[in-house]
Design a protein around this ligand. Structure first.
Ligand SMILES: Cc1ncc(C[n+]2csc(CCOP(=O)(O)OP(=O)(O)O)c2C)c(N)n1
Length: 607
């Protein structure tokens, strides 16, 4: 969503809209065909206004009367996905314990609106909402219960529902008594197949009620974020002012059939195409790797006052890779600061800070410049062992490195084996933004020192951009990811080589399983062995020098523990024993290319 109205948490809107959308799609494409859900109502197209509204209903006596297409609103009000699925599948943990249709729900208050008991008969939702609104006035004025003051009731309905007795009855009650009741009409143009001009003349209930006494009207799009946000915000603001009832009409597309048993045969292809043009759900916004790091640091700095971020240029400049951009301004120069040009000083100081209970996150500008801190790094890893567990120094050293468009021996090496060989350290080498978020957060909340390797080729690589997985996202260390499943060959890799392996596999007509290890200390032996058991063949691809590289460790474990599964030699591909050269063409002679990986895959497949 491009427009940010300050009254709303837009990340939440996007997250819950996508969750609701995914649930609808899962029901339609899997659960209904499989017979696990028998009756389904999709809210696809209706999400935006409902979620925005849910965020503003935070008064302790706000209540909402919903209908079967209100699931996004109930998510916004606190319903969990588990409860929604359970309701759908008529399980005991659903909102009716399996008694009522899944989307006919009710929910005691969870910080936002209380959801009054829903019902299946269209129109019956309106008058109970009017009753709640009248009770708000009674509690406030007759009983003098000041905590009820300024509460409101909201009732949702479709364009068909405005023709019902209940709607008109509630409208009369709310307007004659000037009650704090907001009618929200989600006008998708259809009541099953009957079009809105048959429900109200001209098809627009808001236009028809324009001159209705004591009723404030808002009418506009329910799919354009800025416009919808403004309408919702203004409507709730007015309702809380005690001036009486209101009606908010939001035009939305109904992107699915009325229910799972409706094939929409009454809509032309043009109508359906036009409806999809109004789809309010955003494509998940992808962030790059560096933004993933920045956001996670920002989030953990906000949550953990003991967290400190420092290194050469990380303060005012925001780091030479921009990973700490803006963090000093936001969190202050005592928590995000520049250091002197001494890696020994950066890491050694971090160790001392960790002894004293802080959570230091030092940055080393480029891989090779960690070398001056070798002594401190080694000592940090062995602290627990050396002190018989009486001291620990959990620090997270962020180190960018690896080749980029060009190479060189200082910035572009990975040499991960050096760290894998340091007792006591954990080592993460994520290939993409999503994994970077999860692993960095786990590192920042753990009790072990972690080397967090940020591959330079992936920092702004389009391949590594992923939807932001959220401020709570954690990934365990030692858990590999199957990038693509396959039966003929297992390829084990990590970091920037994951993308290259994927590209190479795409050029071959074979079933290749690609495993991204994500962390090397510990590494997921179980996932690799399980895969080799299936494929019988294993290739390890890494960017670091082949001789004595981490691939040798993997090959040794596969040869030893997976010997009986093997149907060919365990192969490795890595760099020759030389630093990464400056010129691109020389560099491509060192770092495994897509062509080289493909050749290696081919020869092992043919073995
Ligand atoms: C009193 C009553 N009559 C008929 C129905 C059958 N029915 C269920 S939904 C529906 C259409 C309602 O359309 P609308 O109010 O526009 O909401 P939408 O489904 O489009 O969101 C009908 C006729 C019903 N549930 N209740």
């Amino acid at each position: 969503m491009t427009t940010v109205h300050p009254a709303f948490d837009w990340h939440e809107v996007a997250r819950k809209a996508l969750a609701s959308r995914m649930m609808d799609e899962m029901e339609e494409n899997e659960l209904v065909p499989q017979g696990k859900v028998n009756y389904q109502f999709s809210a696809r197209g209706h999400e935006l206004g409902q979620l925005l509204l849910s965020q503003l209903l935070t008064h302790p006596h706000d209540a909402a009367s919903v209908y079967y297409r209100s699931r996004p609103f109930t998510f916004g009000s606190g319903l969990t996905l588990e409860e929604a699925f359970a309701s759908d599948m008529a399980r005991p943990s659903g909102t009716s314990g399996g008694r009522d249709v899944g989307v006919v729900c009710n929910m005691p208050r969870r910080g936002r609106a209380l959801i009054l008991p829903g019902a299946g008969d269209v129109g019956s939702q309106f008058t109970p909402a009017a009753g709640w609104a009248q009770a708000i006035v009674y509690h406030t004025r007759e009983l003098g219960e000041t905590d009820w003051a300024d509460s409101i009731a909201v009732v949702f309905g479709g364009d068909g529902a405005v023709a019902t007795n209940g709607f008109w009855s509630a409208l009369t009650i709310a307007t004659t008594q000037q009650l704090p009741l907001l009618f929200v009409v989600e006008d998708n143009g259809y009541a099953i197949s009957v079009e809105s001009p048959q429900q109200t003349p001209g098809g627009n209930i808001a236009a028809n009620l324009a001159s209705f006494h004591s009723l404030r009207i808002w009418d506009g799009s329910g799919t354009r974020p800025a416009e919808t946000a403004e309408l919702v915000y203004e409507a709730v603001r007015y309702m809380r002012s005690g001036q009486g009832a209101g009606l908010l009409r939001l035009t939305v597309p109904r992107l699915s059939g009325h229910s799972s048993v409706d094939n929409q045969a009454y809509k032309s292809a043009e109508v359906i195409a036009e409806e999809w043009q109004r789809d309010p759900t955003p494509e998940p916004t992808r962030i790059n790797f560096i933004e993933a790091i920045r956001r996670t640091l920002d989030c953990e700095l906000s949550l953990n006052p003991r967290c400190v971020v420092f290194g050469e240029d990380v303060g005012k400049k925001g780091g030479v890779h921009a990973a700490t951009l803006g963090l000093q301004t936001k969190h202050g120069a005592r928590r995000v600061f520049d250091t002197s040009l001494s890696e020994e000083g950066i890491v050694g100081r971090a160790v001392g800070m960790a002894y004293a209970g802080l959570m230091p996150v030092p940055e080393i500008q480029f891989r090779k410049y960690a070398d001056p801190a070798t002594e401190q790094i080694n000592n940090c890893g062995t602290v627990r062992w050396r002190t018989n567990n009486r001291f620990a120094a959990p620090i997270v050293i962020r180190i960018p490195g690896g080749y980029r468009k060009i190479g060189d021996p200082w910035h572009s090496v990975t040499s991960e084996i050096t760290f894998a060989h340091q007792p006591g350290w954990r080592f993460a080498c994520p290939s993409n933004a999503e994994d970077a978020v999860g692993l960095l957060r786990t590192a920042l909340r753990g009790n072990d020192p972690v080397i967090f390797f940020e591959h330079r080729a992936m920092l702004d690589s389009p391949w590594a951009r992923r939807p932001y997985p959220g401020d709570d996202y954690l990934l365990p260390f030692g858990r590999a990811k199957i990038i693509q499943p396959g039966d003929d060959l297992t390829v084990v890799t990590w970091g920037a080589m994951v993308e290259r392996c994927e590209l190479a596999a795409r050029e071959l007509n074979a079933s290749i399983e690609i495993i991204d290890l994500r962390t090397l200390s510990p590494w997921d032996t179980a996932a690799v062995l399980e895969s080799v058991r299936k494929t019988g063949k294993c290739l390890v691809v890494h960017e670091d020098i082949l001789f004595g590289g981490f691939g040798a460790e993997i090959a040794a474990v596969v040869a030893s523990e997976g010997f009986t599964y093997l149907d060919g030699p365990v192969e490795r591909l890595g760099a020759p024993s030389a630093p990464v050269p400056f010129s691109t063409s020389l560099m491509e002679g060192i770092v495994p290319t897509v062509a080289l990986i493909r050749e290696k895959m081919e020869s092992l497949l043919e073995y």
